[in-house]
Design a protein around this ligand. Structure first.
Ligand code: ADP
Ligand code: MG
Length: 261
């Protein structure tokens, strides 16, 4: 199996605050890993390290088996000039979609390939059409973000990330800011990507979704991986007290109904 991403001995501190403590995680091609954990446990910081928005205090990130950056495990360095190309290899979708309000949906999706990848106009347009179709929003190409629902805007943000044709997609609580009735369409979109074999690292509080979509569930507690395994092991039969407490706090989790067809 090909390892798309490897996080090795990742530690991250902000001043005296140790936020990530020796995280080790490998994600193979086509697999989906869900990250769960209480607020403040370090989930976003971990994704930001994987997207090179933060430099580890120590430890390393490998993409396709190749170490990113230079230096030693205790002092990694990323060259400023390489960062935008590196980030293009790792798509990220945030809680707040931050589309450009003065650009159409299609222009929003074309912007990354145009400015970062220097694709020609036809290629930018081809990608925008392809990925807007994939998220079911080809018909909204000429609309402006303000004319879309929150769920549609988030699907555009997903198309925008996909248009870079990244090797892995990261989702940081992509549905947390949405009205409840808009969550489903975004989760469906993410699930379709999983079914197509996209490699993904998903931070979510939607436990039913994690149960259905993830190949592996990782529970983060105070900056450490406390427990991990298949969804059944972590979500149904957790071993650690902190995991059990977290799951009890998300009482709405129900196992999906068995599929009878
Ligand atoms: P989560 O996403 O699991 O809620 P975060 O990764 O956002 O957790 O934050 C983990 C801890 O790191 C929190 O205590 C937060 O206040 C702290 N933190 C995150 N980013 C910074 C920063 N840039 N400077 C200082 N502290 C930070
Ligand atoms: Mg967070």
């Amino acid at each position: 199996m090909t390892e798309v991403l490897e996080i090795r001995n990742l530690c991250k501190s902000f001043g005296d605050l140790e936020v990530l403590k020796n995280i080790n995680l490998t994600i193979t091609k086509g697999s989906t890993v869900a990250i769960l954990g209480a607020s403040g446990s370090g989930k976003s910081t971990m994704l930001r390290c994987v997207n090179f928005m933060e430099t580890p205090s120590s430890g390393q990130i490998f993409l396709q088996g190749e170490m990113v950056g230079t230096g030693t495990p205790d002092a990694m360095k990323y060259a400023e000039a390489d960062l935008s190309k590196l980030r293009a290899r790792v798509g990220m979708v945030f809680q707040h979609f931050n589309l450009f309000p003065h650009m159409t949906v299609k222009q929003n999706v074309m912007e990354g390939p145009r400015t970062v990848l220097k694709c020609d106009k036809a290629e930018c347009a081809r990608r925008a059409e392809k990925y807007l179709d994939k998220v079911g929003l080809g018909w909204k190409s000429d609309a402006f973000p303000s004319q879309l629902s929150g769920g549609q805007q988030q699907r555009v943000a997903i198309a925008r990330a996909l248009a870079m044709e990244p090797e892995i997609m990261l989702f940081d609580e992509a549905t947390s800011a949405l009205d409840p009735e808009l969550v489903g369409e975004v989760l469906e979109t993410i699930k379709a990507l999983a079914d197509e074999g996209m490699t993904m690292l998903i931070v979510t509080h939607e436990l039913g979704f994690a149960y259905t979509v993830a190949d592996r569930v990782v529970f983060l507690s105070q900056g450490r991986i406390l427990e991990q395994g298949d969804p059944e092991a972590v979500l149904i039969n957790p071993k650690e007290e902190a995991t059990k407490n977290f799951l009890r706090g998300h009482g709405s989790f129900r196992l999906p109904e068995p599929n009878l067809d």
